[in-house]
Design a protein around this ligand. Structure first.
Ligand SMILES: *Cc1c(COP(=O)(O)O)cnc(C)c1O
Length: 444
């Protein structure tokens, strides 16, 4: 049965369920009265202005046309609307990569002298972005363990602008306490930004109070590993326009003729008018830093999203079989997988992932770094790569690749040992995957 809210949606756009949004979401946005069935790739840098007034209007944030693809493009608009619908948010902003999404989502709210509080369990590249690159710009990241949500509150002061976490970060594969940290944020007027890259569709951070989600579209959204891209989604639940903690959002902005973003936003007739946060990110940061997504990559990621509701549970089922096999193997020291969580952690897994466990498995072999290396070299079906999030099964040795630049103490802090191997379990048949792991373990 549809709830009343869902029934209203159904009337509005013809469907209410997220499964339908993955296929239909945004398909008609800015596509005219006779929309194409398949979203076209608008490979154009610029758009012709019919007259001078229209051109001037666009630069004055009036009307809903396009000026230049760095600021917006119809193919990207479909992706943005589709992801907003899937997450239950109000608007999206497509970016060149997952890194670009995180960069824009944060820079949009901070300036030198401000700080953010982040989980210390993060994808390695994002760790460097927050810990080194933002630091160089004068923005401090206070890394705290999410094991106790109160750590976020303790690290907060009056210059804290946002909280940041990752849904199910490897290598620990411990679920982030989204609701608990969002609740602390709500008391202090601080938005929680969740990197939901590895659990798209499975986890819905907005239902637990997160203000913003960020994604690398390179991973499971696309699923094919052929396009780098990213996206930010605004839940619509954070009152950016009246937030005492966010002068970046409420003060007149010298980066755009001293506009006040909340006021500009309310004037806009299209989807940009639903989020002052993303309007500002688009019109200032995307414009100035140029981290825009290629329309071709947006098309490829849209193709992947169409099968997301089928792929994620299938990854999850395969990963569970792999985790069970490894947990029973004599050469294995430790397996990390959400199905092995106990007590309150198991309750959290259920609460945030709704009965699925995701595609990731971490394994530590007896014999440390040398055993890890021999194992990964012996795999035939799993490919040895640095990334995750593909229909193909992938294996990574974090200590020598993704986390190679971290000092040993930070490595251990992130739960990585020299012998850890990360598996992103793909959609090949589970019997074949287990056979591959078995033969590689035999050679260790
Ligand atoms: C890969 C990844 C990113 C970065 O995405 P890119 O598209 O490679 O820039 C960010 N967060 C997580 C969790 C990731 O797995």
């Amino acid at each position: 049965m549809l709830s009343t809210d869902e029934a209203a949606l159904f009337d509005d756009r013809g469907y209410a369920r997220r499964e339908s949004a993955t296929i239909q979401g945004g398909r008609h946005v800015r596509m005219g009265v006779n929309p194409p069935l398949i979203t076209p790739i608008y490979m154009t840098a610029a758009y012709e202005f019919p007259d001078a007034d229209m051109a001037a209007g666009l630069f004055g944030l009036e009307g809903n046309g396009h000026a230049y693809t760095r600021l917006g493009n119809p193919t990207l608009n479909v992706l943005e609307e589709r992801m907003a619908q899937i997450d239950g948010g109000v608007a999206g902003l497509a970016t060149a990569s997952g890194h670009a999404a995180v960069t824009l989502a944060i820079l949009n709210l901070v300036e030198a002298g401000d700080n953010i509080v982040s989980s210390n369990e993060l994808f390695g590249g994002i760790w460097s972005l927050l810990g080194a690159t933002l630091k160089r710009l004068g923005v401090e990241t206070r890394f705290v363990s999410p094991a106790d949500p109160k750590n976020f509150e303790e690290a907060t002061d009056d210059r804290t602008r946002l909280y940041f976490g990752e849904t199910l970060p490897n290598p620990r594969l411990r679920i982030f306490p989204i609701g608990e940290v969002a609740e602390i944020g709500a008391r202090h007027g601080i938005p929680l930004i969740m990197d939901n890259t590895l659990q798209p569709f499975t986890c819905r951070p907005f239902e637990h109070g997160a203000a913003v989600t960020v994604y690398s579209g390179t991973k499971y959204l696309g699923g094919h590993g052929s396009a780098i891209g990213g996206i930010i989604v605004d839940s619509g639940n954070f009152d950016w326009d009246n937030s005492p903690r966010h002068p970046q959002m409420t003060r007149p902005d010298p980066a755009y003729g001293n506009v006040v973003w909340g006021e500009e936003c309310r004037k806009l007739p299209d989807t940009r008018g639903r989020s002052s946060y993303l309007l500002k990110a688009r019109e200032t940061l995307l414009r100035d830093l140029g981290l825009c997504l290629s329309p071709f990559n947006a098309f490829l990621i849209l193709q992947g999203i169409e099968t997301l509701p089928l792929r994620m549970p299938a990854h999850s089922a395969n990963a569970l079989e792999v985790a069970r096999f490894l947990a029973g193997h004599p050469k294995v020291d430790l397996v990390r997988h959400p199905s092995l969580a106990e007590g309150t952690e198991a309750d959290q897994v259920k609460r945030y992932l709704g009965g699925e466990y995701g595609p990731m498995v971490m394994v530590e072999l007896k014999g440390g770094r040398a055993a890890g290396a021999r194992f990964i070299e012996g795999l035939r079906l799993f490919s040895h790569v640095t990334n995750v999030g593909d229909v193909r099964s992938l294996a990574t040795h974090p200590a020598s690749t993704t986390h190679a630049h971290l000092p040993e103490k930070d490595l251990l802090g992130a739960g990585i040992t020299q012998g850890s191997v990360r598996l992103a379990v793909g959609l090949e048949h589970a019997d074949d995957l287990i056979h591959d792991l078995d033969q590689a373990l035999a050679a260790v």
